[in-house]
Write a protein that binds this ligand. Structure first.
Ligand code: NAD
Length: 490
């Protein structure tokens, strides 16, 4: 079986690969590195979304899926193995559709998340589904209590385009392992990454019909429809904070659980007892990664005030060596932005930086010599303080704002002076000082001196307006569980 569609990819509804019910309507997929049309995807309609939700509801209510832990583990491993058999095609398509540098495909952009399906299969087998609380005597009546954990029901999974496999599998893996059925609505920019997984599921695995449904569409409204539908028990959403709030509002009427992974404006804190130039080089590398299109990338660099000028120079020098390039080139760190719309948004922030009194130290616009593709040079903004909009709002491009701090407590204050709290980094040599900074920063993940927190068993998520809940790990699995307490005569 070859994965690459010859005409258009299909929807996966109730176990069948089908075209859009709107007369087979499709929409084009643009390669962000070349601006060429890569192919087409099925443009799912509101009727398709309705059918997908009905299929997921039926599979949860009327099959043994939610009770059969062994089947779930087997199907998840089958999916992992089948996808691993298609790695070369998936690599090629991910580079072309996402503009993802090949460099990251071994890690969180492709191979890591496929491997992680095995971790969630393991949880289906080993998780403690039942816990005895022993006998109590409420009102003198002996009662033996047992807590059962079970799937919530139908999960609506809504995902963005920047790390499509990681985010699709970080939802499908635990949701399915926990016994739920799923309707996945991927981002319009990256439909093939999801649709091809749908093809593998339909043709190479034993997932029962309706357990996984995948509806690609150019219409964001299908996400709103999924969020509002009363047949859906949980929305697991990753995307911008503004859309997350809309999801929460839409979900409120049916009072379904919402699990939100949202935006960030994370701080990279450099203490004065470390190699400031080396730390700044790492901060430059981080923000250039995948053209800054990562929610957890650090986009504010906080350096000791007395070393500000040297830090600006060191960061600019490191950025100059990170010229954007063809994502298929194994040496590329910074590929294109996903779309013309996203490039225009980043460019508007570069204009805003100047209007706010900032200085563009390096970068600041489109990459010369790359007339095709949505490339922007890694950019350093200096001369603003943390109240500037460019220091407060998520830009989602290779743009770093460098800010001075007056010591550890001030660095913590600036890091926390943000509506977000997703991630961050601390560089310092004194472990006690570093730990005090770690303790003070209100954020869901932190890297110390280059430590990497990403792994299947590592809970990831945000404080404040960066989200509600945790993805990955046992905590991420438990987001998809309900709790049932049963009392028997003691
Ligand atoms: P987005 O919010 O525009 O879209 C995300 C998804 O929501 C897409 O599938 C979209 O079609 C859908 N959607 C749009 N409007 C909707 C609505 N009203 N109701 C329901 N669904 C709707 O985000 P994006 O531009 O695709 O992705 C970039 C954003 O995602 C950034 O803000 C980034 O920080 C965030 N992100 C967060 C994490 C995390 O784990 N915290 C990870 C990756 C990306």
């Amino acid at each position: 079986m070859t994965l690459r569609p010859t005409t258009s990819s299909a929807l996966l509804i109730d176990g069948k690969l089908v075209p859009s019910s709107a007369s087979g309507r499709t929409f084009p997929i643009i390669n962000p590195a070349t601006e060429e049309t890569l192919g087409h995807a099925a443009d799912g309609s509101a009727e398709d979304m309705d059918a997908a939700i009905a299929a997921a509801r039926d599979a949860f209510d009327n099959t043994n899926w939610s009770r059969d832990h062994a089947l779930r583990a087997r199907c998840l491993r089958q999916l992992r193995d089948a996808l691993q058999g298609h790695l070369e095609e998936l690599r090629e398509i991910t580079i072309a559709e996402v503009g993802a540098p090949a460099f990251f495909l071994r890690g969180p952009q492709l191979e890591g998340p496929i491997e992680d399906l095995g971790y969630f299969a393991g949880l289906a087998e080993t998780y403690q589904w039942e816990t005895g609380l022993g006998v109590a005597r409420p009102m003198g009546i002996p009662s033996r209590r047992t807590v059962f954990r079970e799937g919530i029901g139908v999960v609506g999974a809504i995902t963005p385009w920047n790390f499509p496999h990681q985010i699709n599998f970080a939802k499908l893996g635990p949701a399915l392992a926990a016994g739920n059925t799923v309707v996945l609505k991927p981002a319009p920019d990256t439909p093939w990454c999801a649709a091809l997984v749908g093809k593998v599921i339909a043709e190479e695995t034993d997932f029962p019909p309706g357990v996984i449904n995948i509806v690609t569409s150019s219409d964001h409204g299908l996400g709103a429809q999924l969020s509002a539908d009363p047949r859906v028990d949980l929305i697991s959403f990753t995307g911008s904070t503004a859309t997350g709030k809309a999801v929460m509002v839409a979900a409120a009427d049916s009072l379904k659980k919402v699990f939100l992974e949202l935006g960030g404006k994370s701080a990279f804190i450099v203490l004065d007892d470390t190699d400031v130039a080396g730390a700044c080089g790492m901060a430059a590398f981080t923000v250039a990664t995948h053209a800054g299109q990562g929610c957890a990338l650090t986009t504010r660099l906080l350096v000791p005030r007395e070393q500000y000028d040297a830090a600006v120079a060191a960061t600019a020098k490191a950025m100059a060596g990170l010229r954007p390039g063809d994502p298929a080139d194994p040496g590329t760190i910074c590929g294109p932005l996903i779309s013309a719309t996203q490039r225009a948004r980043v460019e508007s922030y570069l204009e805003l930086a100047v209007a706010e009194g900032g200085t563009i130290v390096c970068g600041g616009g489109r990459t010369q010599g790359r007339e095709r593709g949505y490339y922007i040079d890694p950019t350093l903004i200096a001369g603003v303080d943390n109240s500037a909009r460019v220091a407060r709002e998520e830009i989602f491009g290779p743009v770093l704002v460098i800010l001075p701090h007056d010591g550890d407590a001030d660095a913590i204050r600036i890091a926390n002076d943000s509506p977000y709290g997703l991630s961050g980094a601390v560089w310092g040599t004194d472990p006690d000082r570093v730990q005090r900074v770690v303790d003070g920063v209100r954020t869901g993940t932190l890297s110390v001196n280059g430590g990497i927190w990403y792994a299947a068993d590592a809970p990831f998520g945000g404080y404040k307006q960066s989200g509600i809940g945790r993805e990955m790990g046992v905590a991420g699995f438990e987001e998809y569980l309900e709790t049932k307490l049963v009392a028997y005569p003691g």
